[in-house]
Design a protein around this ligand. Structure first.
Ligand code: PAF
Length: 286
């Protein structure tokens, strides 16, 4: 696996693969890779002939006071994992390479509606930063398909929308969340949890399952359901940011008639913000 740091080198390497008739798959990341990322690369190797990954901690998607500076940078370990997973090319640019003219005047991509609410409400500008960097990366790599984790459910919806709305000929694939044995969704931020907090964290996924079970059994008073479970999270020592039942495609607040639902949660454990979700399609075969 080759690692390149400039757009020029990236384009040259991808062009060589294209000239050999290869289909290109792309897995954008911010590094500090775990089994969830490895699953995305593995999926890509099954779908295409040439897999490109990127590692870039994108300052544009971090708000003031968020964890940009302490976000783990583990390039050497990440390179090993990518190599082992079958990645062909790693693009690991600097901030200057991605934003040569600075970020203040950078053209932005914003996806209204889907970016509002949930993480968009508590992290203003976050999805504009994500949509902008992903659009730039898509234009640099020009892949046939790109793969993202479903853990970032709202992010995936935003990226699907931008690719569709901007007529990018890229197939967007969402892959199921990879979880620890106790249910905690794998995340680079889990490393910030103390041993005690790590033991508490699986309550987030248990909460999602408890809500899903109640809905399956016919409960449709979503506010009441959510209130009860918010209290459970608080009792376990978390500070919920949001816990909501939404329509899985539009992300609008769910109505009692909706069948394709997603339950989404963000909650602080100490200073670490955990997010997770559970997709519940009531019409899917059991
Ligand atoms: O999910 C992530 O790791 C990031 O938001 C992404 C998609 C790589 C954009 O920086």
């Amino acid at each position: 696996m080759n690692t390149v740091k400039t757009v020029r080198e990236l384009r040259a390497a991808v062009a060589r693969a294209r000239n050999e008739g290869k289909r290109i798959g792309f897995v954008p990341t911010m590094g500090n890779l775990h089994s969830g990322h490895v699953a995305l690369i593995t999926k890509a190797t099954q779908r295409v002939d040439f897999v490109v990954a990127s590692i870039f901690v994108n300052p544009l998607q971090f708000g003031a006071g968020e964890d940009l500076d302490k976000y783990p940078r583990t390039l050497a370990a990440d390179q090993e994992k990518l190599l082992e997973a079958g990645c062909d090319l790693l693009f690991a640019p600097t901030v200057e390479e991605m934003y040569p003219d600075g970020m203040a005047g950078q053209t932005r991509v914003s996806v209204p509606q889907l970016s509002e609410g949930l993480c968009g409400a508590s992290r203003p500008g976050h999805f504009e930063g994500v949509a902008t960097v992903v659009s730039k990366l898509f234009n640099m790599v020009q892949p046939d398909l790109a793969i993202f984790g479903q853990k970032d459910f709202q992010q995936l919806a935003v990226i699907r929308a931008l690719a569709h709305d901007l007529n990018m000929p890229i197939q967007i694939i969402g892959e199921p969340t990879v979880r620890a044995a106790d249910g905690l969704a794998l995340s680079s931020r889990n490393g910030f949890l103390s041993e005690k907090q790590r033991a508490v964290a699986p309550v987030v996924y248990r909460t999602l399952n408890a809500i899903a079970e109640s809905i399956k059994q016919g409960e449709r008073d979503f506010p009441a359901l959510i209130n009860t479970q918010i209290k459970q999270l608080e009792a376990a020592g978390l500070r919920p940011d949001y816990l909501e039942v939404r329509h899985a495609l539009t992300l609008r607040p769910a109505t009692a008639q909706d069948r394709d639902l997603v339950i989404l949660v963000a909650a602080f454990l100490g200073t670490t913000r955990l997010i997770d979700n559970l997709h519940l399609n009531l019409d899917a075969p059991a």
